[in-house]
Ligand binder design. Structure first.
Ligand SMILES: [Mg+2]
Length: 121
């Protein structure tokens, strides 16, 4: 079972992401309701992929990406940003910090599933 961290503060959006991840089969979603919770879960779970929102209380998604990419232990983990911030600037910032993919909300579940399988075949 591959583990995917879903960091998203909106409960509705989080359950949508969890459902998208788990309906693929073979993937378990680990939920974090904030960036801080995501950081707390990093050492506890052997994560295969991180999916993160940008706008969250405490630590935001861009800070999370930055932390993971600067860590010798976690830097190899693929990261997808899923955010309503569809502007070119946020997209560029996320990718420059080391996110692998940038998916704009409202997201197409099938497109997200295809990306997950692409990174975790
Ligand atoms: Mg949010």
């Amino acid at each position: 079972m591959k583990k995917i961290l879903v960091a998203e503060d909106s409960a509705t959006m989080r359950s949508l992401l969890v459902e998208t991840v788990e309906s693929l089969g073979g993937f378990q979603a680990i939920e974090a309701a904030s960036g801080f919770e995501a950081l707390r879960l990093l050492p506890r779970e052997a994560l295969d992929l991180i999916i993160t929102d940008i706008n969250m209380p405490d630590i935001n998604g861009l800070e999370l990406v930055s932390f993971v990419r600067q860590s010798d232990i976690y830097r190899h983990i693929p990261i997808f940003i899923v955010s309503t911030e569809g502007s070119q600037r946020d997209r560029d910032k996320g990718l420059a910090l080391g996110a692998n993919e940038y998916v704009v909300k409202p997201f197409d579940p099938r497109q997200l599933q295809e990306l997950i399988v692409k990174y975790l075949p």
